[in-house]
Structures are given as structure tokens and as C-alpha cells.
Design a protein around this ligand. Structure first.
Ligand code: AVJ
Length: 325
């Protein structure tokens, strides 16, 4: 076992200062003509809780639809994966968060090893505490890394063919070319194993709009919370009250953009910089690409994944794809 798999290693303190170059990058994105904040900063402790709340919303169909597909097609999906990797392959959960989805597969995959990969180590460790008692037969480890920059590092933690699990359509956060690169990197770390990935599908703008701008305002709170997080990270003085949540459906690019629009002109300051925002000028905080089923299968194959198969719900809202390395 390599040291980075060692869950007894001290976790960084939750208040750890971000690295200087991370702060520089956040500020640089705020200074661009079209200001943006990376969606990774949506997920501080409160952000993780707010996202969990989003998954309970009536309007937010992805989580429960993915779950329903998994339940309905559990056997053929598990058969496909175990045909590829055999029983007892490690299950590697990319962006594990609350680790709420992977345990569903423990039994059908005969899983004895679970590797939870996420930037938010504390969040994962807390989830693993409960999971360990419920699944005493499964060894559980947390690897804290950033999927965007550090995915190839995962290879040193995976000794045999693994099932990579990337649920929730998080792949939708990436530009199609970047998604392709990540799928290639996943292929390289799977060691001849397999992939199980959730992908949200293109659908009517009205349905997407509701899912990303819910009636109770949970998504708005989730989006605005990114400003609190950035305040902490770079010492900025964003006032979340002065920003309006917008979900913009871009049919051309087949994506939903989350934006925060300034309510009134204002200047935001942080040590070493400031940015003036005109009334209604917005900060781009997330892209959520919606794929077509064929398009995603092509992308998987371009990335080196073989024999992709997919399962969907009755309304073809969401798809679970499995593929062989
Ligand atoms: C976790 C990235 C899949 O894009 O649907 C939920 C995040 N943003 N509501 C998504 C999110 C707004 C979510 N992903």
C-alpha cells in the first residue's frame, strides 16, 4: 500500500490556507472580461450540504433518475462490469462526496475494496466512518486529489483492474474536449478494468431551467454560497445578498450555465486587487453540459473505452454508461 492511501495520515486542517497560486488563479478569473469562479469552489462544507439538499428537490431529477436506472438495471450493469474485471475488483469512486451512491454496488460487484476520491477529505472521512460499520467486509480508503489536475496520480494507488465510478453527471461540468481528456486519463488509471458513469441527457429547456432554478431557492443558495467560500479563500468582500442566481439554458451548446448577476453596480475588493461590476453584470460559476446518448458513446470510444453500453429511464432524462478498458 502506498502512503497516500493511508487514511490515518493527518488530514489538512479545515481552515488550511489555500496555496498562493490557487489564490492567484481565483483572482485572475475574477479579473477576466467575463468573470468566472470555478465550480469546484461550490463545494465547501456548506456547499456540500446544499448540494445534498438539491438532490432532494422535486425539480432536480438527475440524482433520483440515476438511482432509479441503477435499481432497474442493477443486474445487467453489474454483469457487464464483473465480466470485465471479475469479482472483488476495487471500486474507485471519483468525486465521492458523501459516498452515498457507491455502496449500492458493493453487493452486486462483490466489492472488498472501496477507494473514495475527492478533494473534500473531511467530508469523505466523515462518510466513511458510518460506511465502515455497515460494510465491515469492505476495506475503505480516501484519496484526496483534484480530478482535473491530478487524476493520473491515482494510478499509483490502483494495483489491479478496477471499476471506476463517476456518477451524478459531474462529467457535465467539463467542456466536451476536457471531458474527453478526463475520460482518457480515467482509461489509463483503470488498469484494464471498467467504467460506470452517469450522464445527464439533453432535454427541454423548461425542464432544465426548473432543475437549476428551483422554486424554494436551494440552488440559488448553493450558487451564492460560492461567494462566501471565495471570500474565505482570497479575503474578498463579496456580499452574497447583492447577487442574483441565474440558470441560463444554452440550447446551442447544450448546457446549463449558472451565473451570479450583480444586483446594482458594485466593487469587490481583496488583498492585491479589486473588480468593478456593472449592474446585472454576471460571474459565470458553472457549466452543466447535457449530452446526447450517441454523442457520449462516441466520446467514450474516442477516449479508448470499448463496447460502451447505456441504460436510461422511461423519459430518457439520464443515462448510466458502462464501458470496458
Ligand atoms: C454535481 C455537477 C452534476 O451540474 O447538475 C446542481 C451540480 N449545479 N445544481 C449538476 C449542480 C446546480 C451538478 N453536478
Amino acid at each position: 500500500m502506498t502512503t497516500a492511501l493511508d487514511t490515518t495520515a493527518p488530514a489538512p486542517a479545515p481552515t488550511a490556507q489555500p496555496l498562493q497560486d490557487e489564490r492567484t488563479r481565483i483572482a485572475a478569473h475574477l479579473m477576466e472580461r467575463q468573470a468566472s469562479i470555478s465550480p469546484r469552489y461550490l463545494y465547501d462544507a456548506l456547499g456540500c450540504h446544499l448540494f445534498d439538499a438539491i438532490t432532494e428537490l422535486d425539480e432536480y431529477y438527475p440524482t433520483r433518475t440515476e438511482r432509479a436506472i441503477a435499481e432497474q438495471h442493477r443486474v445487467p450493469i453489474a454483469d457487464f462490469l464483473t465480466d470485465q474485471v471479475g469479482p472483488q475488483a476495487p471500486l474507485v469512486d471519483l468525486g465521492a462526496g458523501s459516498c452515498s451512491k457507491a455502496p449500492f454496488w458493493f453487493g452486486s460487484l462483490g466489492c472488498t475494496e472501496y477507494v473514495a476520491v475527492d478533494l473534500a477529505r473531511e467530508h469523505v472521512e466523515r462518510a466513511l466512518l458510518g460506511l465502515r460499520t455497515r460494510h465491515p467486509g469492505v476495506r475503505m480508503q480516501c484519496v484526496a486529489l483534484d480530478l482535473v489536475w491530478q487524476l493520473p496520480r491515482l494510478a499509483s494507488h490502483i494495483a489491479r483492474p478496477a471499476v471506476l465510478f463517476y456518477p451524478g453527471s459531474s462529467i457535465g461540468n467539463f467542456e466536451p474536449e476536457q471531458a474527453l481528456r478526463l475520460l482518457r486519463e480515467m482509461h489509463a488509471v483503470a488498469r484494464g478494468g471498467a467504467l460506470l458513469i452517469g450522464v445527464d441527457l439533453w432535454k427541454s429547456p423548461a425542464e432544465l431551467q426548473a432543475a437549476y432554478d428551483d422554486a424554494t431557492g436551494v440552488t440559488a443558495a448553493f450558487n451564492r454560497n460560492v461567494l462566501r467560500h471565495v471570500n474565505r479563500l482570497i479575503g474578498a468582500d463579496f456580499d452574497p445578498r447583492q447577487w442574483q442566481h441565474i440558470a441560463h439554458v444554452d440550447s446551442e451548446r447544450q448546457r446549463v450555465e449558472m451565473r451570479l448577476a450583480a444586483i446594482g453596480a458594485q466593487t469587490v475588493h481583496w488583498p492585491g486587487g479589486e473588480r468593478h461590476f456593472a449592474d446585472a453584470e454576471y460571474i459565470h460559476t458553472e457549466n452543466s453540459y447535457k449530452w446526447k446518448r450517441d454523442g457520449f458513446a462516441d466520446c467514450l470510444q474516442q477516449a479508448g473505452w470499448q463496447a460502451p453500453r447505456s441504460w436510461t429511464d422511461d423519459h430518457a432524462r439520464f443515462a448510466l454508461f458502462a464501458a470496458a478498458a
